[in-house]
Design a binder for this molecule. Structure first.
Ligand code: ADP
Ligand code: ZN
Ligand code: ZN
Length: 720
């Protein structure tokens, strides 16, 4: 008996966390849709949107009955190059192939029910509308009147005429008006004349414009990196090719976008998580059609369809927000480099504080180094000072107060950085020593005075502020240490006549609050800014002449091998906020450990030599980027369940060229009620590590203990 030929099937990525694709037959009476097609398929009792990754033949041993694809929604929607990119990422980062759906399609195209795109922002009069007899519809006549001069923004039109949107919808239904996209082409404004180093960097990019060439643009803060990006981008646009600019979450401020548009004379299409689904869809479609020639995006934009990319730029390439912490744990910068390689285009990674990964690639001649050693224009690097806080009482340091007063008197603005929101990181009983801890995490609760509550910054749980100690009933509860809220209070007391602005997630309701504040601060009046990370990055505040980092000491003694790198980056970035205008800047670092070798190195004010020294240490210790590291993390309500799974997994993962260490508790060993453990997988060769993980993955899923814990791989992890 001959075996019947196995039926032809489409291999479909389905958005579920299982380590495989699923086979489907062609829809009834149709041929198999090609790879890249968006399809609707039955899955269990649901219907889901999937992507055809490949065609093949069903495994005759599979045993289950094959179902047909219900409907082909968009044949060949995703280009082969994009499928190749995702394939590589799924293998390298060991994520479920179904994540392809989430990464390659915007939310609107992942919905089973067709997404109704919102009406375009503009309205225009049709021929019929121009001639219509509207004497019995005065409101419609009024709208027409306004539209006779040309298309208008929908909201503006309604606001101007006071008409309700139902009137407009009625006219639309009757064909009197129609939606149009209002192209607002910004007028191009020339930038400053580039200096010699900037010109050399632009020339380097253009020389390599037709091939893969990764370049690290290392320039001190304010050295004019953005002007280099824009000058290079302008030339690539002139060749009629697309430019993709990736920036950290926090970097996509309207200010940067306006500057890009003004310099390029081109609309910048945005892609980030604060946009509505409709806006994201619009950018996605414009990018795919080649209409969007400049796309400015956060990490997820690295997967946007671009038919003709000519240059990829990654701004602030060291920023950890490029790494996705959930689901598909990819690093946007590293995927961007791969994408540039697949597309054969140059990629420019820019930072004032490059990651050790990128410096390592420079050292091994994989990346070309382009340097901007000086601040552009008239601005100079700020003067550095370390303030020894040993012996000085809690609260504002006397040396700091003196410096603040001096800068304010001279009309400058002051920026104080403290990476801790809330009033105090610890609430303690002065009688019995009780401390307010989170019941679900291995962490203290932060006292928030404004909200009169205790909050866990790790799992989000909250409790009202207790009136007395829950252990001994003493009313003597004291707040230890200072977060931004307390710092703000202390600063207001000491400088009652100066405006004080706190910048953190609690104080800033939304992006708009923050933008408005930044605008106000750029007005230049003396003021004091107190803030977290939100304040440290990227913002150009020319009036700030004094910047200070308060309390870095925790980072000096962290168990995380990346802590010194992050410390150096934060310190250099905060220092970089001072003296960006025409007045000289000063930078202060407050510590109780001024003799610490890391601070001595940092105190010289030279991030680069500090970073090279750290890299040397990593090489000595065989830590990344000198070796490849992946974590297998597991968490469970019972510590034993997580540990047992990792022990069993460890046996399978160990092999030639791979060191498996653990199970070890995570640095935060308990979070959100889960006990957290991990295996360290280390190898000299990245390929060996990745191959080993992907070879073991199916077997791990099949282990009994795998079902008793939540687990995932994190390749090139940033958090331990
Ligand atoms: P970075 O991106 O390195 O922080 P920017 O490109 O934002 O630096 O430049 C910092 C400031 O210096 C901006 O106000 C910019 O307009 C200005 N600038 C940049 N290049 C020059 C130049 N060649 N001449 C004069 N000013 C410049
Ligand atoms: Zn007590
Ligand atoms: Zn918690």
């Amino acid at each position: 008996m001959t075996r019947a030929a196995a039926p032809a099937v489409a291999r479909v990525a389905v958005p579920v966390p299982l380590p495989r694709l699923f086979d489907y037959l062609a829809p009834a009476g149709q041929s198999l849709p090609p790879a890249g097609s968006r399809v609707l398929v039955p899955f269990g009792r649901r219907r889901v949107v999937g992507l055809v990754m490949d065609q093949g033949h069903a495994d005759p041993a599979a045993g289950h009955t094959l179902k047909p694809i219900e409907r082909v929604l968009d044949p060949g929607l995703i280009a082969a190059g994009q499928l190749e990119l995702i394939d590589w990422c799924a293998r390298y980062y060991a994520f479920a192939p179904g994540e392809a759906v989430n990464l390659l399609l915007p939310g609107a195209l992942r919905r089973v029910r067709a997404f109704r795109a919102p009406a375009p922002a503009g309205v225009a009069l049709t021929e019929a509308g121009r001639d219509a007899e509207l004497s019995r519809a005065p409101r419609q006549a009024e709208l027409r009147e306004r539209l006779l001069e040309g298309p208008l923004e929908r909201d503006k039109l309604l606001a101007d005429t006071g008409a309700g949107s139902d009137v407009l919808r009625r006219m639309e239904r009757q064909g009197l008006v129609r939606g149009v996209e209002l192209e607002q082409l910004p007028a191009a404004r020339p930038g400053p004349e580039l200096n010699a180093e900037q010109r050399a960097a632009v020339a380097a990019v253009l020389r390599r414009r037709r091939r893969f060439a990764p370049m690290l643009l290392a320039g001190v803060t304010g050295s004019g990196k953005t002007e280099v990006y824009l000058a290079a981008a302008r030339r690539i646009l002139d060749m009629n090719r697309q430019v993709l600019i990736l920036a950290p979450e926090i970097g996509l401020t309207p200010q940067l976008v306006r500057r890009i548009e003004a310099r390029l004379g081109e609309a910048a299409w945005l892609y980030h998580s604060d946009l509505s689904e409709g806006e994201r869809l619009a950018t996605w479609q414009a990018a795919r059609a080649g209409r969007a020639r400049v796309v400015v995006a956060t990490r997820s934009g690295v997967f946007l369809p671009l038919p003709d990319p000519g240059l990829i730029i990654v701004d602030e390439e060291h920023d950890s927000s490029f790494k996705q912490a959930e689901g598909a744990r990819y690093h946007g910068r590293d995927v961007a480099v791969l994408r540039a390689r697949l597309a054969g285009v140059p990629i420019l990674l820019g930072s004032a504080t490059p990651s050790l990964e990128s410096l390592h690639n420079v050292e091994r001649d994989r990346y070309e180094l382009l340097e901007l050693p000086r601040r552009a224009g008239a601005a100079r690097q700020p003067r550095w000072r370390i303030l020894d806080q040993r012996g000085s009482p809690a609260g504002l340091d006397a040396g700091l107060i003196e410096a603040m007063q001096r800068h304010l008197d001279e009309g400058g603005q002051v920026l104080l950085y403290r990476n801790r929101r809330g009033y105090a990181p610890v609430l303690m009983c002065s009688e019995c020593g009780w401390q307010a801890d989170c019941q679900r995490c291995d962490a203290h609760l932060t006292f928030h005075r404004a909200g009169k509550n205790l909050q866990c910054h790790h799992c989000g749980s909250q409790r009202p502020q207790p009136p007395r100690c829950p252990e001994c009933a003493s009313p003597g509860l004291i707040a230890l240490g200072a977060g931004t809220e307390r710092l703000e209070e202390a600063v207001r007391e000491r400088f009652p006549d100066v405006p004080v602005h706190r910048v953190d997630r609690d104080a800033m309701g939304g992006k708009h609050d923050f933008e408005r504040l930044l605008e106000q601060v750029r007005g230049g009046e003396p003021c004091i800014l107190v803030g977290t990370q939100m304040l440290a990055k990227g913002h150009h505040l020319p009036g700030v002449t004094l910047a200070a980092v308060l309390d870095v000491d925790q980072a000096l003694f962290s168990a995380d091998f990346r802590a010194p790198e992050r410390l150096g980056q934060t310190v250099a970035q905060v220092a970089g906020r001072a003296g960006r205008g025409d007045r000289a800047g000063e930078f202060l670092l407050l510590t109780r450990h001024p003799e610490h070798p890391l601070l001595e190195a940092l105190g010289r004010g030279d991030y680069r030599s500090y970073a090279w020294a750290l890299l040397e240490e990593r090489v000595q210790a065989q830590l990344p980027p000198a070796s490849a590291l992946a974590l297998l993390r597991a968490e469970a309500h019972e510590a034993a369940a997580a540990r047992d799974f990792l022990r069993a997994a460890s046996g399978r993962l160990a092999g030639r060229g791979i060191d498996v260490i653990g199970p070890l508790p995570a640095i935060m060993s308990r979070r959100g009620g889960y006990w957290r453990f991990q295996l360290w997988l280390q190898a000299e060769s990245r390929a060996a590590l990745v191959n080993r993980i992907s070879a073991c993955l199916p077997a791990l899923h099949d282990m009994d203990s795998a079902r008793r814990a939540r687990w995932h791989f994190d390749v090139d992890p940033l958090e331990l």
